[in-house]
Design a protein around this ligand. Structure first.
Ligand code: UFG
Length: 336
């Protein structure tokens, strides 16, 4: 049994990873400032930990407060860190870049300093497909070794972190890391325990959910003139529990390896129209959809080449299925 410190464990992806770590009988320490995470999620996870007879501690703490952060490290004696906590709204990052460079990059430096000071040598980092920016269609599916030119401060803040983590690993022989580049994460846990509660309503699936449940009168497709089969943008949607299992695999991977960067996607894409059709099908509601102009900065196609994680970590996704992503997300949204 190990103990892991999870930053952002009260958030969407972090909470799903905590759940799987609990199932694998690990003790957990969540550090979250609850700016976008929820106390309710922590309570749910605490109850779950009790049923599995593992310990779950929670610190409401901002990673900017390095003194308090170090007291957590001093007290808890963790074997590894999984770092989710971040600001994640691409458009906001364009308006307020310093928020992103301080919350995402500056705070990651604080966390890394604490890791080095307390000799915590396993570090898993949530990165993003946004590091690829607006990729040349010829480079799809995207490989980890491909060009990274982010087009938003959000993407840059994550790419800086990747570089910083790699430099720290180079300078410190014992420090090991996995960087996971998430593609479009979707869905909620099949048992209904967890889901995405974030108020952020810019993501396609979230907006489709709100529309089908009548929280919005209609939704818009942002551009139908892309060079894709139906003219709308294509993304690689990955089910949140499959993404969570990639983190568990990463911890195993670090038992034998120094580190690496891995794409997390299924290697196939769905268009905006595909997603909307699926949402209409699973909800049984033909909600109103209109078209509007392109959203600035949207690449036409973003699809992962996932062969590295499949081959090197033996990652086996279980729910490579847009229908399950939409159904579970809908079931969760109905409860909000
Ligand atoms: N879209 C619509 N209508 C909407 C909402 C979205 O047509 O109401 C379209 C977008 O324009 C885009 C596609 O649906 O073409 C997917 O958009 P999302 O906002 O759901 O997701 P993105 O692909 O823009 O963003 C995702 C992650 C980001 C990450 C980025 C990197 O959510 O965190 O991928 O590629 F930075």
């Amino acid at each position: 049994m190990s103990k892991y410190l999870i930053t952002g464990g009260a958030g969407y992806i972090g909470s799903h990873v905590v759940k799987q770590l609990i199932e694998k009988k690990n003790d957990i320490v969540i550090v979250d400032n609850l700016s976008t995470g929820f106390q309710k999620t922590v309570n749910t996870l605490k109850k779950y930990a009790l049923t599995k007879k593992v310990k779950l501690g929670f610190y409401k703490l901002d990673l900017a407060d390095s003194k308090k952060l170090e007291t957590v490290f001093a007290k808890e004696n963790v074997q590894g860190v999984i770092h989710f906590a971040a600001s994640i709204v691409v458009s906001e990052s364009v308006r307020d870049p310093l928020k992103y460079y301080s919350n995402n990059t500056g705070n990651t430096i604080n966390l890394l300093k604490a890791c080095l000071k307390y000799k915590v040598n396993k570090f898993i980092f949530s990165s993003t497909a946004a590091v690829y920016g607006d990729p040349d269609p010829k480079t799809i599916p995207l490989k980890e070794s491909g060009i990274t030119i982010p087009i938003s401060p959000y993407g840059s803040s994550k790419l800086f972190n990747e570089k910083i983590i790699q430099d720290v690993a180079f300078a410190n022989t014992n420090f090991k890391y996995v960087i996971l580049r998430y593609f479009n994460v979707a869905g909620a846990s099949v048992d209904g325990m967890l889901g995405q509660s974030t108020k952020d309503a810019t993501h396609l699936i979230k907006i489709a959910l709100e529309t089908t449940l009548g929280k919005r009168e209609k939704m818009f497709i942002n551009g139908t003139d892309y060079n894709t089969p139906d003219g709308t943008c294509i993304r690689d949607y990955i089910y949140v529990d499959d993404l969570a299992s990639a983190h568990i695999k990463s911890l195993y991977y670090l038992n034998k390896n120094k580190g690496g960067i891995f794409n997390c996607g299924y290697g196939k894409g769905f268009s905006v129209k595909d997603v909307i059709s699926m949402m209409k099908k699973v909800s049984g509601n033909d909600f109103k959809v209109e078209t509007t102009k392109r959203r600035e900065g949207d690449p036409a196609i973003v699809i992962a080449d996932n062969s590295k994680i499949v081959n090197e970590m033996d990652w086996k996704p279980k729910y490579d299925d847009l229908k399950i992503m939409c159904e579970t997300a809908l079931a969760w949204e109905k409860k909000l």
